[in-house]
Design a binder for this molecule. Structure first.
Ligand code: PXP
Length: 238
């Protein structure tokens, strides 16, 4: 059974929509831990569109489970990581115009930059995971880079339509996962996982952790909405 890493970026997305103080991702992290999260993930993007530096600094002090920082291979964010010292860093590709992380990090093309970044982070005692497509060549290169873990991108599986396509993408995950395990890598998976599509992925042998964000935040908004309206109504009619 895999562990659950909860990505709380979109709590910050709601906050930043109003440049307000609520909802605070720090509060969400506490509740996620109470709900059984095995790690808390945040992505400090270069454009700071959701998570802010302050969030990561406070989370570093308050999160009791592992703190996983998703980050681009960039000098500025690497320096931030070296100051803040998350337990784990997951290197992801990042483009300003994208809505969310699109595709895995191409560790073959960007080997040199990735290697430098990995060395710096590991030198500070941070466990490094690479977010890559479920592709044997990418897994192989990740192993050569000496990282502890890979996170296989489940987006193509999540977005596939039609049983044949879903099965094909699922097989790619399983096969790349098996290869990662055979290379001694910790095997994580994530992106686009939902209450509808997660079960099958959770049953893949050897998966250490699933990282899930958007679907959990979406569920929280809906499951908590009725209660939130009742609480406000009670206050104004008291
Ligand atoms: N893993 C990685 C590397 C990601 O970039 C993201 C999105 O921030 C996730 C997992 C979580 O994806 P989702 O929000 O679709 O669950």
């Amino acid at each position: 059974m895999p562990l659950l890493g909860v990505n709380i970026d979109h709590v910050a997305t709601i906050r930043q929509a109003r440049r307000a103080q609520e909802p605070d991702p720090v509060h969400a992290a506490v509740l996620a831990e109470l709900g059984g999260a095995d790690s808390i993930t945040v992505h400090l993007r270069e454009d700071r569109r959701h998570i802010q530096d302050r969030d990561v600094r406070i989370l570093r002090d308050t999160v009791r489970v592992r703190l996983n920082l998703e980050m681009a291979v960039s000098d500025e964010i690497t320096q931030f990581a070296l100051r803040t010292l998350p337990d784990q860093a997951t290197l992801v590709p990042e483009r300003r115009e994208e809505v969310t992380t699109e595709g895995g990090l191409d560790v073959i093309t960007h080997m040199q930059r990735v290697s430098q970044c990995v060395d710096q982070l590991q030198g500070a005692g941070i466990v490094v995971s690479l977010f890559i497509d479920p592709d044997v060549a990418q897994v192989q290169k990740s192993r050569e880079l000496g990282v502890e873990a890979v996170e296989l991108h489940t987006g193509a599986y999540a977005e596939a339509r039609g049983q044949q396509n879903i099965d094909r993408e699922f097989d790619r995950l399983r096969e790349a996962g098996l290869f990662a395990l055979s290379q001694g890598l910790i095997l994580n998976m994530g992106h686009g996982l939902t209450y509808q599509n997660v079960t099958r992925v959770a049953q893949i042998n050897g998966v250490h952790e699933l990282n899930i964000g958007h679907s959990i935040v979406s569920q929280a908004v809906l499951v908590g909405f009725e209660r939130a309206v009742r609480d406000m109504k009670a206050l104004i009619t008291a």
